[in-house]
Write a protein that binds this ligand. Structure first.
Ligand code: ZN
Ligand code: ZN
Length: 439
């Protein structure tokens, strides 16, 4: 029940405080060592210190919330933020699968990028130049659907560095990640051309690293003291699960899978173990209109039943287990929680979007992030270059004929004033043509 209570209390904190630029006053290093939950750490604090006298004008001494951009990551610390925990069925509260891993060495990694997750990432205020590494466990839309938007709109969100993508090989070559990325670039050809012609296009470069999905404990990334390894997942062939290891800390992410013997072996004892888990089949029938056959197949064969999630966690005993991939509400969470507790009694969080984990050798601390609902792109990280002059932003005769002259004249006045105010000499590419002779 603790995680459930924590979720409610975290939601209340968010509801009450809104977006506040504050500071985290609890450090994992001092008061919250080996926490099972933030709730317990508060209880422990109360036991150790008794009631604290709070100033009525200074910041509160503790916030059980994470305000993105306000806490330095320790040199030995890992921070993981859920940027998507839900289902393919879109909903405001939960995007589809996406986890951001930030390390104390400055590296950041994105694991899966399901529909809706891009806006969660942007709400954290992290410059896109620092979010250039994406790992896809499989190519379902609820795990990869926001990658095209992330990639192609990067340049208008101040990304000036290429994107690096890792994904599985295909059972058929045309199903693999290389082909997927190739089709994506072809599908968005007009987008790429016009976007690249309008702003600095250097962020529109893609490095695709396709790896063998069948390899076990396969190192696919080994840089700067960080290793990412994959193992086969059972979710239609060519799916994988991941383990990231750095500085003695381990993060495991299942993407989608039935529990595998590989997970039992290679995710054993990890610090943060994030594995998918579904609501009971009866609930899937009631909520999604599934037939019994559909509910059993999707909920227990294509995915992990909650009791099976508990069983794999009981076998692997992570420092903290996290289940995700269900619509986490007041009633579904109780059903999932009680099913997991039939087979697992260890530390557990039922993930929802913006749940945040600080991982150190001392333990795992769970909080809810308070995101910025009014985010703008983070500032550029390097000097901008002009748009690609060779790129096409087509403007033809029909466009010229279509211009509304009175509105264009007003626009030209705006630009004239802008040039006067800023000492520039910018010629309006389209509206500047209204006085040119027609061809
Ligand atoms: Zn899937
Ligand atoms: Zn999925």
């Amino acid at each position: 029940m603790r995680s459930y209570i924590l979720m409610i209390s975290a939601a209340l904190v968010i509801a009450v405080t809104g977006f506040v630029v504050g500071k985290g006053y609890l450090n994992v290093g001092d008061t919250a060592k080996n926490t099972i939950s933030a709730l317990e750490s508060q209880e422990a604090m109360a036991e150790q210190k008794g009631p604290q006298k709070w100033s009525s004008t200074k910041p509160y001494p503790s916030h059980e919330a994470y305000y993105p951009g306000t806490e330095e990551l320790g040199p030995d610390e890992m921070r993981v933020i859920a940027c998507g925990t839900g289902m393919p069925q879109p909903r405001l509260k939960q995007a589809a699968a996406c986890y951001l891993v930030e390390l104390g060495n400055g590296d950041k990694f994105i694991f899966d990028m399901g529909e809706g997750s891009y806006e969660r990432l942007m709400a954290l205020g992290i410059p896109l130049d620092q979010l250039n590494k994406v790992f896809l466990g499989h190519l379902h839309l609820d795990h990869a659907g926001d990658f095209p938007a992330f990639y192609f709109t990067g340049p208008v969100n101040n990304r000036l560095t290429p994107v690096r993508l890792w994904g599985p090989s295909g059972v058929k070559p045309e199903w693999g990640t290389k082909a997927w990325a190739d089709y994506m670039v072809k599908m968005w050809a007009w987008e790429a051309a016009t976007r690249g012609a309008a702003v600095d296009p250097r962020g529109l470069k893609l490095e695709v690293n396709e790896f063998d999905w069948t390899a076990v404990n396969n190192v696919i990334y080994d840089e700067n003291g960080v290793q990412v390894r994959t193992m086969p997942a059972i979710h239609g062939e060519q799916s994988v699960s991941f383990v990231l290891e750095w500085n003695g800390l381990k993060f495991a992410f299942s993407s989608d899978t039935l529990p595998t013997k590989w997970w039992a072996e290679h995710a054993k004892g990890v610090d943060l173990s994030i594995h998918e888990c579904f609501i009971p089949p009866e609930m899937m029938m009631a909520r999604y209109g599934f037939t019994p056959q559909e509910a059993i197949f999707v909920g227990t064969q294509g995915h992990t039943a909650a009791q099976a999630f508990g069983k794999i966690m009981e076998q692997t005993k992570p420092v903290r287990a996290v289940c995700y991939h269900f619509q986490n509400d007041f009633d579904t969470s109780l059903a999932v929680y009680s099913a997991i507790r039939e087979t697992y009694s260890g530390p557990l969080d039922l993930a929802t979007d913006f749940m945040t984990w600080n991982v150190t050798k001392d333990g795992v601390r769970t909080r809810m992030a308070v995101p910025n609902h009014d985010s703008f792109p983070a500032p550029v990280q390097m000097v901008k270059q002009p748009p690609d002059s060779a790129a096409e932003f087509p403007f033809g005769e029909l466009d010229r004929e279509s211009i509304d002259v009175p509105a264009a004249e007003v626009t030209n006045e705006v630009i004239k004033k802008f040039n006067k105010d800023h000492g520039t000499d910018i010629v309006p590419a389209y509206t500047g043509t209204i006085n040119e002779p027609k061809k």
